[in-house]
Design a protein around this ligand. Sequence first.
Ligand SMILES: [Zn+2]
Length: 263
Amino acid sequence: MADDLRLYFLECGSLKTQVQYIKMNQGLGDPYEIPVPFFLITHPRGNVLFDGGNALEVARDARAHWGVVVDAYEPVMSEDDFVVNQLQRLDIDPASVRYVVQSHLHLDHSGAIGHFPNAEYVVQRRELEYAYTPDWFQKTAYIRPDFDKDVRWLFLDGPNDDGYDLFGDGTIKTLFTPGHAPGHTSLVVTLEGEGPMMLTADACYTMDHYEEKALPGLIHSAADVAYSVRKIHREVDRLGATVVTGHDPDAWPKFKKAPEYYS
Ligand SMILES: [Zn+2]
């Protein structure tokens, strides 16, 4: 295990979908395949995951685990893509993971929950509440067996708990970015060499979303999405950060992937 600060980009397969499910009201019926990213950060005081891709069950029988939503988002995933198996190939022991930060609890982000015995699971309290009681139009995006687990949650409490500094040293900080989901959180990782990296997660699916040319096809509040994208811009400008979008088939291939890393 590395004892310096490193950021690894990982991918839990892809989703075969259509443009309108990613970019609202655009490209109706056009096929679109998007990566399912998650991230590992090694820190001197413990390893951190930012999301965990899909649950292992998805590799075995996606329709049994996800239900009808596979008609809109068809996962391409093998058991090797499961977060625990990918970390094993990097020699990362599940017991060494100290925090799992959840951007939100949608089905393609919640695969790590419950698999790291010493971890605290960092999530917006309102996101977990909403995951149990979603509106009808978000119901298929939350898979209760993924998050209804006896784990140690570390709750962030909405706008009043923004900018949570994981280790108190400024290297890993949350940014509250609701809209796509009500308790959505982005993450800023400040590396010694690369400088700040803004991991937007689904606050910006792609650079089109970052550039205010698209709303996500799946949304909780359009106004909050717009507000959060502006907020990310302000932080990116202030910090001089590199933007890493959440499901971007054009930008994602340009980044180094594990076992390579940024530091
Ligand atoms: Zn999502």
